[in-house]
Design a protein around this ligand. Sequence first.
Ligand code: SAH
Ligand code: SF4
Length: 353
Amino acid sequence: MSTESGKTKKALLGMSAQDIAVLLPDYPKYCGAQIYGFLNDGRTFAEMTSLKKELRVYLDENYVANPVRILKTFEGRDGAKKYLFALTDGNLIEGVYMPHDYGNTLCLSTQVGCRMGCTFCASGLDGLVRNLTVGEMLGQVVAVNRDSGGSSKNRAVNKLVLMGSGEPFDNYDNVLAFLCEVGNEKGLNIGERNISLSTSGLCDKIVKFADSGHKVTLSISLHSPFDGDRSALMPVNKAYGIDELIRSAKYYFQKTGRRVIFEYTLIRGKNDSDACARRLAELTSGFPSHVNLIRLNEVKENDYTAPSADAANEFLAKLQRLGVSSTIRKSLGADIEGACGQLRRRYAEEISE
Ligand code: SAH
Ligand code: SF4
């Protein structure tokens, strides 16, 4: 919603072609489908030149095309590009675009802030501000496509990871509606084979999601194989302990046939011991899964530090000796405040100085 000149403007991106047609009873029905296509191509109303001028003016006066606007971009040394987006109510979110040979991936946000309170993460420091709408999730993809060139036949972004700020399963209904909408052939057409979703481990939602028929790659942020230590890093563990988390992960595999990815951010002295490697191997054995190690992106708001690259490689070697399928994820975009939530905070600090 925008409150420009005191008037509330609704975003059209996120609405179906039929819903758009209903808003325009004086125009032929096919206008709904046309506008839907243009919105997904990232056009402004002024650029929808095959529509009558009076319709373009009417749309511009009453609606917003994309509720997500690129405020700033930051290019990383590694080819990653970080985006700071502004929403129509002034809230800020962020995303990272990572072009690769095997697919151009956008890491997008699902909430403004986050209420899960993980102690190493910058996104949760100020708590949850609000959920993102379907249009605001689509809008991030549309804005990056437009910024990166490409055409409606050959769009820049073809893979998505729901790993920006926010807990996707804390915004469950909108995230599921987004997954349906982003796969629409007449829209962005990104199928679930090309989508990963990362959760801090809301077990009831993992089970519900497994039963929903959606089949994305599920990443679970584990970060410690011991309940006490995990609860200290991730308060969500007090509600859903590790045993229940592993049961839900196995259930997700049974229902979808997709191996589960465990995200494991290495924090020096907190979760990088030999005992951690052994317990992690026990927990993840017995069903198809993969452990993704990430060296902590240090944030200035806490005292956690990352292990050295050598120590991280040694932890990986231990896991592999124990038979765990595992890799270290290159910390993309670390030089551009790549960790979740850091950029938005830094920007908010800068403008308040
Ligand atoms: N809320 C979801 C998805 C967003 S966070 C979740 O927690 O899974 C995406 C990933 O970034 C998670 O695995 C999270 O634990 C990790 N992360 C957050 N802050 C980090 C930091 N400072 N360094 C490294 N990884 C971090
Ligand atoms: Fe939220 Fe994920 Fe950050 Fe935890 S790691 S505070 S769940 S965004």
